[in-house]
Write a protein that binds this ligand. Structure first.
Ligand SMILES: [Zn+2]
Length: 494
């Protein structure tokens, strides 16, 4: 006995109108679908969406939903949008009317957005979709011919089922599979409809199988890349492998599989790393195959990039060091410039007309000295302090009095002893530093200076009269570049 079809419950209707369809009833398309055509992946033909849906009964249409989903998740979509190439699924409205929708409705498909394309533009887009479908088939053929040319490959099979090894789950149906020595390889011709989750799923599968997954593209243009191409590119250490007519000819000529490899090549340009795109023919035996990472590359971009990064870091370090050296040199030059200015100012004293202006200059110079902690503290009223220091330094350097009204160094020494005992020790060190100390003894024919020194040796060492105030000592150090000090042990005082 056949049970009567249940009548829709009142509760369902109250909840928002559930419609229950008899399983044998013909599936009904929505009246005004956004996607009016689908392309069959298998035949490449265009199918009218309404007629396709109407060819199923309701139960079969529901099953078709699952079939389309499963096929897509295995990376073998049955139906794709003829406009944008994206995988199509079957969806149903609240009233259980069916329509096709994109796997991801991101609003980029002109079939959905009705983006004001002309009839001719729409036709051109559909034509490209058909071309791509053809390109997939053709590339598969070219790959098989290339593999056949290489005696190193055996077991070359097209769309053969690849069952997971014992203990592992799953199966795949790669476009082409082959064996090369100990290595099993699965070749997939990349479609613009291959989504990242499919790419990653396949990678995992073949990695677990200990096999190499090799993505092959019909062509590659680095300046025009779809997101799906980038998923392959950047997942494969920035390498892309292409098989085309030219590579087949090369494979046949060389009796080995040859592909065209495109890869990024890093290069340092100024402060940055930039990439060049390089394309060349590469033999299979020269490819770097990493089963763990599931990469098949002509060029190890990652290694080259990290080398470039460390080289750039080294360059930056060198530039920094050079800059610091420059700053140091500039600082030394600035210091020397201030010193020269003070010397010129001090030695010009006897030649100036405008004495008021001349004396006013000192506070300015003293202010600049603060940067070197060599400024005189308190009210800098006594301009004679720096002037005297400069004259003492110049005298020691010249080996004859400069700015003192005497003829000999020993006369200057006697003068300092009585008038400026605080400068005497510095004068002595300066004379030694400049190699003129012997002149004191030579000019001391009476021996008076030698007598004065030996009689006051202890006082000269201890008496505060023979010492400069701290700030004056720092100024003297600065002006004489430390030559007014007793050389530290080891520097070898002259
Ligand atoms: Zn579309």
């Amino acid at each position: 006995m056949i049970a009567p079809a249940p009548v829709s419950s009142g509760i369902d209707r109250a909840m928002g109108g559930n419609v229950t369809i008899d399983p044998r009833e013909r599936a009904t398309p929505v009246d005004d679908p956004a996607i009016i055509e689908a392309r069959s992946r298998r035949t490449g033909r265009l199918l009218d969406a309404k007629r396709l849906i109407g060819s199923f009964d309701y139960a079969s249409a529901i099953r078709l939903r699952g079939v389309l989903k499963n096929a897509a998740s295995r990376g073998r979509p049955r139906l794709v949008c003829p406009m944008c190439g994206v995988t199509l699924f079957l969806a149903s409205s609240m009233r259980k009317n069916f329509y096709l929708r994109h796997r991801s409705e991101d609003g980029s498909c002109p079939a959905v957005t009705h983006s004001g394309l002309t009839e001719a533009e729409m036709r051109a887009m559909k034509y490209r979709g058909a071309q791509e479908s053809d390109a997939h088939l053709r590339t598969k053929e070219l790959l098989v011919r290339s593999l056949a040319a290489d005696p190193g490959f055996s077991d070359v099979r097209v769309e053969a089922t690849w069952r997971a090894s014992e203990g592992l789950i799953g199966l795949r149906r790669p476009d082409v599979s082959a064996r090369c020595g100990d290595l099993r390889a699965a070749f997939e011709v990349q479609l613009s409809t291959t989504f990242l989750d499919v790419v990653l799923g396949r990678k995992r599968f073949y990695r677990d199988e200990g096999a190499a997954l090799v993505w092959i593209l019909p062509s590659f243009d680095p300046s025009y890349r779809r997101m799906t191409t980038d998923d392959i590119l950047f997942g494969n250490n920035s390498n892309i492998l292409v098989v085309d007519e030219a590579t087949v000819a090369a494979s046949i000529a060389a009796s080995q599989l040859i592909v065209r490899a495109w890869h990024r090549q890093p290069r340092i340009e100024g402060e940055h790393i930039v990439d060049d795109w390089v394309a060349r023919l590469v033999a299979w035996s020269d490819l770097l195959i990493d089963v763990d990472r599931q990469t098949v590359c002509a060029f190890d971009f990652a290694a080259a990039e990290s080398a470039a990064i460390s080289e750039l870091a080294q360059l930056r370090e060198q530039q920094k060091a050079a800059k610091e050296a420059m700053w140091r040199a500039a600082a030394v030059a600035a210091e020397q410039e201030l010193r020269t200015e003070i010397f010129e100012w001090a030695l010009a004293e006897d030649r100036v007309d405008d004495l008021v202006g001349y004396y006013r200059r000192w506070p300015e110079l003293n202010y600049d000295l603060a940067a070197y902690c060599a400024n005189l503290l308190g009210t800098p009223s006594d301009v004679r302090v720096p002037i005297r220091m400069v004259k003492v330094i110049e005298t020691a350097k010249a080996g004859k009095p400069v700015g003192f009204g005497y003829d000999t160094l020993v006369e200057v020494a006697h003068h300092l002893f009585h008038q400026r005992p605080e400068l005497l020790m510095g004068f002595g060190h300066l004379l030694r530093a400049y190699g003129h100390h012997h002149l004191l003894a030579e000019q001391d024919s009476s021996g008076k200076w030698a007598g004065k020194v030996s009689a006051n040796r202890e006082a000269m060492r201890r008496d505060p009269h023979f010492r400069l105030a701290d700030d004056e000592q720092r100024l003297f150090d600065f002006l004489s570049e430390d030559l007014c000090r007793k050389p530290a042990a080891g520097e070898g005082g002259k």
